[in-house]
Design a binder for this molecule. Structure first.
Ligand SMILES: [Zn+2]
Length: 420
């Protein structure tokens, strides 16, 4: 594999590619480092190899930290797991028009097997976990990750333990339990769940917590979003990406993905301007950005965007830095704006997203209104999850008419304006 080691993001100390996530020297987070020297010799051949790969994230295996990624021939579910990725990138002219923008594309990651981008990161983490000899999958989740881990474990035939805050949306709880996982509801918020899971991961041998002890591998899965966007745009980068920020991992890894391919000469352009989206009810990263500091002071989340409700974001400082160095921003929008964002995307594209997507769409609207986006810019809006998971967010945001099954009643309803 082209991954060479784990490297501390703070002091650059290196470690072998094991299940570790924190630097022993400085307690900084570890990240996978690569040497693409050999494959970088012939970029045309590399592009052809990617294009000939499977219609999922394993077409990007050369850029993922796996010894033997499931190749094109791997079709046995218990070996390859649920295939993630290769989700649609759709040009959204009606949304662009509504916002007074030139070119907007929607990367719809609700098309993954459990309807969120988390299938990408879980696919990578669970494959690496098996390579390292782990026999149980686990996670601390705000909902989407719970779905993804439970489903992936079912596909791979592994036992799983999923830890969630007890007040999570019912849809996300039901769509997790159905896979036959051990579902543990914690009376506390996500940060409490995460603390407990960190403790458990130190005690349980053989347990791969995808976002704790497997975190460096897990995080790499998000780069595939950037690879796909670039490939779908004809091996070019977009000018700007608007993406949600929870822990900050997705946000920073999208930029890392573009950066890696630019460095290899696989694609043309620059690392896009990165705009992060948070909910005002949990906006430690947006607050730090506005204050001109990297320090993200922990908050107690209170927002309908529960999948973004991480009060103490592990990658917050890196997200702030990335927004700043790419001339982007991190903005926060209110719960009402999030509901409006969900409606705006649905009405202009036919895509129904969950509250995180509402947050991202509302942030795009805010940037447009502020005049931050140039008329000739190509903008990608990253939609990370499905609206069916957070149905309560749209309850009461539209009207409908109930009538008797008689034509006259229908006529009367139309006159009053069925669409109100
Ligand atoms: Zn270090």
């Amino acid at each position: 594999m082209s991954a060479t080691n784990l490297k501390c993001r703070e002091c650059a100390a290196t470690y072998p590619l094991e299940a570790r996530y924190v630097c022993e020297q400085c307690f900084g987070p570890l990240e996978v480092a690569y040497d693409h020297g050999e494959i970088a010799q012939d970029t045309a051949a590399l592009r052809r190899r990617i294009q000939a790969g499977p219609q999922n994230i394993w077409r990007y295996s050369d850029f993922l930290p796996l010894e033997a990624p499931p190749g094109p021939s791997g079709r046995v579910l218990s070996r390859v797991g649920l295939p993630a990725g290769c989700t649609p990138l759709i040009r959204a002219d009606r949304l662009a028009e509504r916002l007074g923008l030139g070119e907007v594309w929607v990367k719809n990651d609700a098309h993954n097997p459990t309807h969120s981008f988390k299938d990408r990161v879980v696919a990578v983490a669970s494959q690496r976990a098996r390579e390292l000899g782990f026999d149980t999958l686990a996670c601390a989740s705000t909902g989407n990750l719970a779905n993804a881990v439970a489903a992936q474990a079912a596909a791979l035939g592994l036992p799983s333990y999923v830890f969630i805050p007890s007040d999570l949306e019912e849809q996300k709880i039901l769509a997790t339990g159905v896979y036959g996982t051990n579902l543990v509801k914690i009376r506390g918020n996500y940060d409490d769940v995460n603390r407990l899971c960190t403790e458990i991961s130190g005690e349980r041998e053989g347990w791969a917590f995808v976002n704790v002890n497997m975190r460096p591998y897990y995080a790499e899965g998000s780069k595939t979003l950037a690879y796909e966007i670039a490939e779908q745009l004809g091996w070019e980068t977009p000018d700007r990406v608007v993406a949600p920020i929870a822990s900050g991992s997705l946000f920073t890894k999208i930029a890392k993905g573009f950066g890696e391919w630019l460095e290899l000469g696989l694609i043309t352009g620059d690392v896009p301007t990165m705009n992060g989206a948070q909910a005002t009810g949990c906006s430690p990263v947006a607050t730090a950005f506005a204050a001109g500091t990297d320090v993200c002071r922990p908050v107690k989340p209170d927002t309908i965007a529960k999948s973004l409700a991480i009060g103490n974001p592990a990658d917050g400082p890196y997200a702030v830095e990335l927004a700043r160095t790419t001339d982007g921003s991190v903005d926060a929008v209110t719960d009402d704006e999030i509901r409006e964002g969900i409606r705006l995307l649905a009405e202009t594209t036919g895509i129904f997203t969950e509250t995180a997507g509402g947050t991202t769409t509302a942030t795009l609207a805010k940037l447009a209104a502020r005049g931050d986006i140039g008329a000739d810019e190509r903008v990608v809006l990253v939609i990370t999850g499905d609206g069916l998971k957070t149905l309560d967010a749209v309850r009461g945001t539209f009207e409908s008419y109930e009538i008797d099954p008689r034509y006259d009643d229908f006529e009367a309803a139309v006159e009053q304006g069925v669409h109100a």
